[in-house]
Design a protein. Structure first.
Length: 336
């Protein structure tokens, strides 16, 4: 779709369609996972999803005449994929067996906050600005509100739910760590080739985990519903292919901060779809917590942009702006 357009003169229709893909398609993948889990065990679901998506991406690269990167780069790319997809996306897939999909989606809104906190190379830049610090504190106050008070008592009424919350946090940290690793390590290969290797590496890890967990003993192919098959196809086509390619194309023609607004929209879409289609309930307190997280993210992005704009005519400042902007691009890769 948009990936074939010229980045110099993108059409308004293509830009709107691409934003719709990362806003709506990525936000709806959480509901898609719920439907797919009705027939597929979680690790097998992720293994099949990323195997098909990765194979299609790799096949496309090979058809275009691209060659596999050197082995050293393949290992680095695979490691970033394991952290982002196996740990990050895998955590979301597993916890959606026990937690509402909307609550799992709120994880996306906290990722930019974790980047500010964990990106050691940017600490001087990030923590020299009181506005960014304020946004960070506001965002994590929203996280606390999500899981505090009587309105969230059902989240802690069983050990498996508590474990799910902890796994969700670990998954978010894994996603952030993988993104930072991919950002700072030199890796050969095109963006599409890297995505192919990442997804295939994650698929291999999910396959091993699925076999180790004995999911193949419980899975019955004849028992897979049509709804689950459609959900699987939706996750592959709209989540892992169209959504990702639209995201990469948008990064080439729009600012990273604008494209990164998907982190504000995805949880809202997921919460609404979970309520509308499967009757999930999110308390008023949790909705307020989500709102506070989004305000925190807005503050962080606002003051990052202000930090970049002053005195940008100075050569040293221009170099810093280019470096930070490049870092921003790499920080939001293939979240679904």
């Amino acid at each position: 779709m948009a990936a074939g357009l010229s980045p110099n003169k993108p059409s308004t229709t293509a830009v709107v369609a691409a934003f719709g893909a990362i806003y709506i398609f990525w936000g709806s993948t959480y509901l898609g996972i719920v439907y797919a889990l009705q027939s597929f065990p979680p690790f097998l679901l992720a293994a099949v999803r990323f195997l098909i998506a990765g194979s299609l991406l790799l096949g496309w690269c090979l058809l275009k005449g691209e060659k596999l990167p050197p082995l050293n780069s393949v290992f680095k790319i695979a490691l970033s994929g394991l952290l982002m997809l196996f740990v990050g996306n895998g955590a979301v897939t597993w916890v959606e067996q026990y937690l509402p999909s909307g609550l799992a989606a709120i994880r996306v809104a906290t990722v930019p906050l974790w980047f500010v906190l964990l990106d050691k190379r940017q600490w001087t830049f990030n923590f020299s600005n009181k506005g960014i610090i304020a946004g960070l504190l506001v965002g994590f106050a929203g996280v606390v509100l999500l899981f505090a008070g009587k309105g969230t008592a059902t989240l802690f009424d069983s050990p498996v739910k508590v474990l799910s919350l902890l796994i969700l946090v670990c998954g978010t940290i894994g996603w952030t760590a993988g993104s930072l690793y991919a950002k700072y390590k030199q890796m050969a290969g095109s963006t599409t080739m890297k995505a192919a290797i990442q997804t295939l590496a994650a698929s291999l890890a999910f396959t091993i985990t699925s076999l180790s967990a004995g999911e193949h003993h419980e899975f019955v192919l004849a028992g897979v519903s049509g709804k689950s098959i459609l959900a699987m196809l939706y996750l592959i086509i709209f989540g892992s292919l169209i959504g990702y390619l639209a995201y990469v194309w948008l990064l080439s023609i729009r600012s990273a901060s604008l494209v990164g607004t998907y982190a504000y929209v995805n949880p809202v879409v997921a919460v609404f779809l979970g309520w509308a289609f499967i009757g999930e309930t999110i308390s008023t307190q949790q909705l307020i917590g989500l709102g506070i997280i989004i305000v925190g993210l807005l503050l962080v992005n606002l003051y990052k942009e202000k930090k970049k704009s002053p005195d940008n005519g100075h050569p040293a400042m221009k170099q810093e702006i280019q470096r930070v902007t490049k870092d921003d691009y790499a920080s939001e890769r293939q979240s679904n």
